[in-house]
Design a protein around this ligand. Structure first.
Ligand code: ADP
Ligand code: MG
Length: 274
């Protein structure tokens, strides 16, 4: 679905500081792909490169990111994408940036923020009709319509994150990039949101790329796992295999540092969702 080919990207106006170093990776249809690695290893930078988010000063040194979308909205990522390209690309991909829980505007009710955040094509029809469609969709994830009338501070952190995740899915993207979506939430809420993300992925049969520094999260829900270290991919493969038989010392350390593998593999998660 996406081919990342020898991508080197980084930051800096005067000099170039490499953050992702010659990374190649294929993102497949209908999978949950995990990106793991310690803080500063380049996970968020890689997501920005895939989405084409240059707002943080990201610069491309070399390499390509190519989309192979079934409806022929193919394209290659370049530093200053044309608006036509952006439209094609961003129609297919929803990106939940790291720390997005805090980006909800505290002074604006959830409904307005949700509607303003939707792509134009989703804003067709009357406001009442749109609200009804959003409320129905939220109900499918156990969220009541009145969350739309709340200000963000009236919702718990977990609720806010559930709203963001549900809205990311509302536009039916082929690919959802979620950067540390559950970090900073307590374990119980984290688990609920992860289950919700698995459910969304199954329902839409799309692809979820889940970035987390927490190996426990990957153990619970990802199908395939990529380990990043200092801007490079040091290991990748089916998640179960990596946990059973890690090859790289860095991966062994990450796994060994887990206090205990609580939670369960996705097969059991499926049972829980049924
Ligand atoms: P991770 O998400 O794995 O914690 P990042 O992609 O955020 O890693 O960071 C990779 C490297 O890029 C780090 O050295 C970090 O300091 C640097 N970096 C990240 N964002 C920026 C930015 N906006 N400007 C400059 N350097 C950045
Ligand atoms: Mg990050």
């Amino acid at each position: 679905m996406i081919t990342i080919d020898n991508v080197t990207v980084g930051y800096g106006k005067a000099g170039f500081i490499t953050a992702v170093d010659n990374v190649s990776l294929t993102i497949n249809e209908n999978e949950i792909l995990g990106i793991a690695g310690e803080s500063g290893s380049g996970k968020s930078t890689l997501m920005r490169a895939v989405y084409g988010d240059f707002s943080t000063g990201l610069r491309i040194k070399s390499g390509t990111v190519t989309g192979h979308f079934t409806n022929a909205h193919n394209g290659q990522l370049i530093e200053e994408p044309s608006s036509e390209f952006k439209k094609l690309w961003w129609d297919q991909i929803t990106y939940i940036p790291q720390g997005s829980m805090s980006v909800l505007n505290p002074l604006m009710k959830v409904e307005k923020q949700v509607i303003d955040g939707l792509p134009k094509r989703e804003r067709r029809g009357s406001r009442a009709d749109l609200r009804r469609r959003i409320a129905e969709f939220l109900a499918g994830f156990g969220l009541e319509e009145n969350v739309l009338d709340a200000y963000p501070h009236q919702l718990s952190g977990g609720m806010r994150q559930r709203v963001l995740v549900a809205i990311a899915a509302f536009v039916n993207p082929r690919l959802i990039l979620a950067d540390e979506p559950t970090t900073a939430l307590d374990v119980v809420v984290q688990k609920k949101i992860l289950l919700m993300m698995v459910e969304i992925q199954r329902r839409l049969r799309n692809t979820l790329v889940l970035v987390s520094h927490d190996m426990g999260v990957h153990y619970q829900i990802t199908d395939r796992l990529v380990i990043m270290y200092k801007g490079k991919i040091v290991e990748s493969g089916p998640t179960a295999e990596i946990f059973a038989n890690p090859q790289h010392d860095y991966t062994k350390n990450l796994i060994a540092s887990l206090p205990r593998l609580h939670g369960r593999r996705s097969a059991d998660v499926a049972g829980e969702l049924a």
